[in-house]
Design a binder for this molecule. Structure first.
Ligand SMILES: CC(C)(COP(=O)(O)OP(=O)(O)OC[C@H]1O[C@@H](n2cnc3c(N)ncnc32)[C@H](O)[C@@H]1OP(=O)(O)O)[C@@H](O)C(=O)NCCC(=O)NCCS
Length: 178
């Protein structure tokens, strides 16, 4: 995987490539892809949004991450706020950088690309911490986030559109190094 470079991603022009990565890594139906496409394009208009891609020498996208400073008025924040508040953690919604999506193609997982994407996107942000939601399972993704310093803030968290519950996780920045 030496030929994989991590760098800024023009997500607006590569949204279909990114969703293809997400569909293979995370599993998305065609209908979900269409919905996500609109959400991603709307997110790209928000202040402070950042996106990084992992690309091969022939410019194939094999992983990506994007996120933005949290805003309590954003839909995601309004859904998770009562769960965090009940546990005394809603202060995490202020001055926090949200990881919205992070996905690496299965054939490229486990070789450090996800770690590079999430540390390189969070390292330069001015916010002192980062939050995200991950499936509420003892999954590889949960172990991956724990290794970077993310801890569980609230679970199970139910998003209106989702079939399965999520966990909200938060980490202070910079993320933990190996
Ligand atoms: C979760 C995901 C983004 C991680 O990216 P990745 O490139 O595979 O992870 P890395 O190779 O950078 O691993 C970084 C660290 O996490 C650990 N890790 C990764 N996969 C792991 C697993 N299956 N079990 C335990 N630890 C794991 C690695 O051991 C590594 O630790 P180290 O740096 O101390 O050695 C990627 O596997 C993925 O896209 N999964 C499917 C989609 C998904 O679940 N996305 C997250 C949605 S919330």
């Amino acid at each position: 995987m030496d030929d994989v470079a991590v760098g800024p991603l023009d997500l607006a022009s590569r949204v279909d490539d990114a969703l293809a990565v997400q569909a293979l890594a995370f599993g998305l139906t065609d209908e979900e892809i269409a919905v996500r496409r609109q959400i991603v394009l709307r997110h790209l208009t928000l202040p402070g949004v950042r996106a990084l891609g992992a690309t091969t020498a022939d410019d194939r996208l094999v992983g990506f991450v994007y996120g933005m400073p949290n805003d309590r008025a954003h839909w995601w924040s309004t859904v998770v706020e009562p769960y965090l508040r009940r546990r005394g953690h809603d202060g995490w919604l202020d001055d926090s950088f949200v990881i919205v999506e992070l996905h690496v193609l299965p054939a490229y997982q486990g070789v450090g690309i996800g770690r590079r994407l999430i540390t390189e996107i969070t390292d330069p942000v001015p916010q002192p911490r980062s939050i995200l939601s991950a499936l509420d399972l003892d999954s590889p993704a949960r172990r991956f986030y724990r290794g970077l310093g993310y801890r569980d803030l609230a679970h199970p968290v139910h998003f209106p559109s989702a079939r399965t519950p999520y966990t909200v996780m938060g980490a202070t920045l910079p993320l933990r190094r190996r």
